[in-house]
Ligand binder design. Structure first.
Ligand code: HEC
Length: 188
C-alpha cells in the first residue's frame, strides 16, 4: 500500500513539475519574442528615419539576423522569424512551422484576431523533445514600404539584387507577414 501511495505522489508531482516546466517555457518564449520584436522595430524605425528605405534594406539584410542571434544567445533558446512567403532564404520554415503558419491563416479566416494567433506544442524530433512556440507577426503600415504592392522602383531594384527569389511583397495591412518561432530543448 505504501508503495502505491509513493507511486501516486511521484506521478502527481512529476505531472505538476511537467506542467510547471511548460509554463516556464511558454513565458520564456513570450519574453524572448517580445525582446526581439522590440529591438527589431526600434532598429528599423531609426535607420528608416535616418537613412531611408534603401539603406534600411542593406542594413536589415545583415542586422536582422545578427540581432536575432544575439537575443537567442542572451536567452539561450533558438528563435527565428519565418513566413510562408519569404524574402530571405535564411528564414526558411521547417515542416512543423509550415503547418503552424497554414493554421494561423485558417484561424484568421475564421475570425480570430491576428494579435492572438499563437501556438505551442511539445514536439519530438530524432528522439529529442522540444518545446516549440510560434506567434504571428501582423503587417502594419510601415511594413508596406518594403513588403507592399507599390514598392518604389529603386527600392524594388535593390531588393531584387539582394533577394532574387523574393516572395515577400504584395502584403496588405492586417495580413499575417510571418511569425516568430521559438524552440527550447526539453530534458528527457
Ligand atoms: C526597409 C525595408 C523593410 C521594411 C520597412 C520592413 N521589412 Fe521586413 N524584411 C526586409 C528585408 C530586407 C528582409 C530580409 C532580411 C531579414 O530581415 O532577414 C525582411 C524580412 C522580414 C521577415 C522575415 C521573413 C522573410 O520574409 O525573410 C519578416 C517576418 C518581416 N520582414 C516582417 C516585417 C514587418 C512585420 C515589417 C513592418 C513592421 C517589416 N518587415 C518592414 C525589409 C523590410
Amino acid at each position: 500500500m505504501l508503495l502505491l501511495r509513493i507511486l501516486c505522489i511521484y506521478f502527481l508531482l512529476s505531472n505538476f513539475l511537467y506542467a510547471n516546466d511548460l509554463l516556464a517555457n511558454e513565458n520564456k518564449s513570450k519574453s524572448t519574442i517580445k525582446a526581439l520584436a522590440t529591438n527589431l522595430k526600434k532598429s528599423l524605425k531609426l535607420i528608416l528615419e535616418e537613412s531611408g528605405p534603401i539603406a534600411a534594406v542593406e542594413y536589415c539584410n545583415i542586422a536582422a539576423l545578427d540581432i536575432t542571434n544575439e537575443i537567442a544567445n542572451q536567452k539561450n533558446v533558438f528563435i527565428k522569424r519565418t513566413s510562408l512567403k519569404l524574402r530571405n532564404k535564411s528564414n526558411m520554415p521547417d515542416n512543423w512551422e509550415i503547418n503552424v503558419l497554414s493554421n494561423f491563416e485558417k484561424r484568421k479566416q475564421n475570425g480570430e484576431n491576428i494579435m492572438d494567433l499563437s501556438y505551442q506544442e511539445v514536439f519530438k524530433e530524432n528522439n529529442e523533445a522540444f518545446f516549440r512556440y510560434m506567434k504571428a507577426i501582423p503587417t502594419g503600415q510601415v511594413c508596406l514600404t518594403c513588403h507592399g504592392s507599390n514598392i518604389d522602383s529603386k527600392l524594388a531594384y535593390k531588393l531584387s539584387e539582394l533577394y532574387p527569389d523574393d516572395n515577400a511583397y504584395n502584403y496588405k495591412i492586417g495580413d499575417i507577414r510571418g511569425a516568430f518561432s521559438v524552440k527550447i530543448p526539453l530534458k528527457n
